[in-house]
Write a protein that binds this ligand. Structure first.
Ligand code: ELE
Length: 205
């Protein structure tokens, strides 16, 4: 049985760091810093050339974490992410073919949505969780709240414009599974290898 984000966030923090690695060497120290603060689900975005290698390394060396691939926009990236060992796939948008391909590989797909039409399409494809993206521009917590009555079976993983200052607006809602963002792993701190500072930010969340 494949592991899911839902199962992981039930027992750990409901916050998913969205990570763009400046190099491969940062992957393990960053994952160790974040997991020591209770973050067990990490999304590695495919925005750098070493993202797939980082996913493979984390999957092998830190099997207790749930590692997903983010910014997955096409079939090649989807299959490469699955080959690397990603256990969930996050996409900025909704593409029926990608959803089907992930499902046929038994890997959880979390597509980005911004409208009721897209949520409906995701629901009709059998999905139970979607990403509201970019959450702050799509209507934020109020949008998610107003979707609860028409999509009672759908849970949300909002990202985009979320920080430690507004994350509780999202996490307080029953139809929010978890929320994520880049503020836990700022690229300048990653470039400096400033794990202490990242640890401080993570402890506050
Ligand atoms: O590319 C993906 O698959 C994503 O998940 C997008 C990210 O969630 C946002 O880039 C987070 O944006 P900020 O936290 O506002 O910096």
């Amino acid at each position: 049985m494949a592991r899911t984000v839902k199962e992981f966030v039930k027992h750990n923090k409901r916050i998913v760091p969205v990570i763009t690695l400046p190099d491969l060497a940062s992957a393990i120290p960053l994952a160790d810093t974040l997991s020591s603060c209770g973050f067990q689900v990490l999304e590695i975005t495919l925005r750098t050339e070493w993202a797939l290698a980082a996913i493979a390394q984390l999957k092998q060396e830190r099997p207790g974490l749930l590692i997903g691939a983010g910014t997955v926009k096409n079939e090649t990236q989807l299959l490469q992410s699955i080959d690397a060992g990603a256990e969930f796939i996050v996409s900025p948008g909704l593409d029926a073919k990608l959803v089907q391909q992930a499902q046929s590989n038994n890997v959880q797909m979390i597509p980005g949505v911004m409208t009721p039409t897209e949520i409906m399409e995701a629901e009709n494809q059998g999905l139970e969780t979607v990403k509201l993206f970019p959450a702050s521009l799509a209507g934020g917590a109020d949008f998610i709240r107003s979707m609860a009555s028409v999509f009672p079976g759908m849970s949300f993983f909002p990202t985009g414009g979320i920080t430690e200052d507004n994350i509780n607006d999202y996490l307080n809602m029953p139809n929010v599974l978890c929320a994520g963002g880049t503020w836990l792993s700022p690229i300048p701190l990653l470039q400096k290898g400033d794990w202490n500072r990242i640890h401080e930010i993570a402890l506050r969340c």
